[in-house]
Design a binder for this molecule. Structure first.
Ligand code: GLN
Length: 432
């Protein structure tokens, strides 16, 4: 149940905790000073419910994880045409800080490398650096569902050491890509990189993307579905720079990493992931962040190419068929996020019934993760002194490997209700 998912996360974190590969970013002292062992992991479901473990409350700077959000803001404010005129959408196959533009257009190849990110800042309409930055901070905060702040020490260091980014900005100005003063635009870029987040913020921000621009807790629309679609697209192809192909093959989610140690990953329609672990590989990605995402994707069946169908709103109806007997009618495909939603409902409501009947005859398909979770549900209900029955005429949900599953799986709702009557009131006198 909620507990079951929590245990999964704790277990995945524990599996990766001993990995001390990689090195802290050391181009500024603030990043070299953080605890190298920190590992925070957060998962935010489409309804805003968060699972978190480890150092999920530790703040760190967002760094390049900021790039998709500023790109989204530029799209939101000036529209796709205006943005496309200045920033491409092709993977560059280069490092994040490559001093490069497209040979023909002279525009940055994509918004996920520094050149494109600096150009994106210049597209945010504003009369001053403060005006531009205020919009950025407000936009990120709306994605996260809380007011974010800036680490002023990191900002000062970024500003003092950013020669390479300065080279990029002046190059873009010389090609006519940057509107405005390069130093003013860089100032905003350095501030945006220095915004503090936690792994839970990154999970929430990813979920707002996964929900097509709606922040799940407030239900507030932060930006349009079209902006999010474009943003997620460039995250897929360019978010992990020159490791994008490897990432998409192994993990299969639009994502973005930063040298602060954060990774955000969104599974459209389902959930968002945030990880914090500051030891980086040679390409600037969190070593354990990548590994944790890989495990989550495999263990929970999250690869977006294997999730082609709708898996939300799995509970079609729930009602009390008798006092103490609650029926949950499920439909669609049961994958991780759908099963999580079902189990959390049942856990929250379990003081209100003695028997839960899951009616799954309208479930089309169920993956291995969801099947394991339903097996866990029966154990949870038994431990809580309740019963869990399944109505499964097609055996879609046969709980392979679960002892005595036959005794609790029925072909019709009537059969299950009869068994529930026995369970609630004891067997009739004739059976005793
Ligand atoms: N502040 C860093 C830079 O601009 C961010 C880079 C990153 O996170 N990959 O170089």
């Amino acid at each position: 149940m909620a507990q079951l998912v929590q245990e999964y996360l704790d277990q995945i974190r524990a599996e990766h905790l001993a990995n001390t590969d990689g090195a802290l970013a050391d181009y500024i002292p603030e990043l070299a000073r953080v605890d190298p062992d920190a590992l925070g992991l957060s998962l935010c479901l489409a309804d805003g419910y968060v699972y978190e473990c480890g150092d999920s409350a530790t703040e760190f700077t967002i760094q390049s994880v900021s790039k998709p959000f500023t790109y989204a803001l530029a799209l939101d404010r000036i529209g796709r045409q205006g943005v496309d005129a200045k920033i491409g959408v092709e993977p560059s196959g280069e490092a994040f800080n490559e001093i490069s533009v497209d040979k023909n257009t002279k525009a940055p190849k994509n918004p996920m490398i520094n050149a494109g990110a600096v150009a994106a800042v210049s597209l945010i309409p504003g009369v001053s650096a403060d005006h531009r930055f205020d919009q950025i901070l407000e936009f990120y905060s709306a994605f996260a569902g809380r007011r974010l702040s800036v680490d002023l020490d990191v900002y000062a260091s970024e500003k003092a050491t950013g020669s390479r980014n300065r080279a990029i900005a002046y190059m873009l100005q010389s090609f006519g890509v940057l509107d405005g003063d390069p130093d003013e635009i860089l100032d905003v870029y350095f501030r945006q990189c220095s915004i503090n987040v936690t792994s839970t913020d990154l999970a929430r921000m990813a979920t707002t993307l996964a929900r097509g621009g709606v922040e799940p807790r407030s239900g507030r629309r932060v930006t349009s579905a079209a902006v999010v679609q474009r943003t997620l697209s460039v995250m897929v192809t360019c978010g992990m720079y020159d490791a994008a192909g490897d990432w998409v093959s192994a993990v299969g989610m639009p994502a973005k990493s930063g040298v602060g140690g954060g990774i955000t990953a969104a599974l459209p329609g389902q959930l968002g992931i945030g990880v914090y672990s500051p030891l980086l590989d040679a390409k600037g990605h969190s070593v354990r962040g990548v590994e944790v995402c890989r495990s989550l994707s495999v263990n929970l069946g999250l690869h977006f190419m294997s999730v082609t169908r709708e898996s939300r709103s799995t509970v079609r109806a729930s009602y009390d068929a008798r006092p103490g007997v609650r029926v949950y009618e499920l439909h669609g495909d049961l994958l991780f996020a759908g099963a999580e939603q079902v189990l959390r409902n049942i856990e929250q409501e379990c003081s209100e019934f003695d028997v839960a009947i899951l009616e799954v005859s309208r479930v089309d398909d169920i993956d291995a993760t969801a099947r394991r979770m339903l097996a866990g549900m029966r154990e949870f209900l038994t431990a809580a002194g309740k019963k869990g029955f399944l109505v499964d005429p097609d055996d879609t949900l046969r709980l392979a490997g679960v002892p005595d599953s036959r005794a609790t799986v029925f072909a019709t709702l009537d059969d299950a209700l009869n068994a529930a009557d026995h369970a609630v009131s004891g067997p009739p006198a004739s059976d005793r």
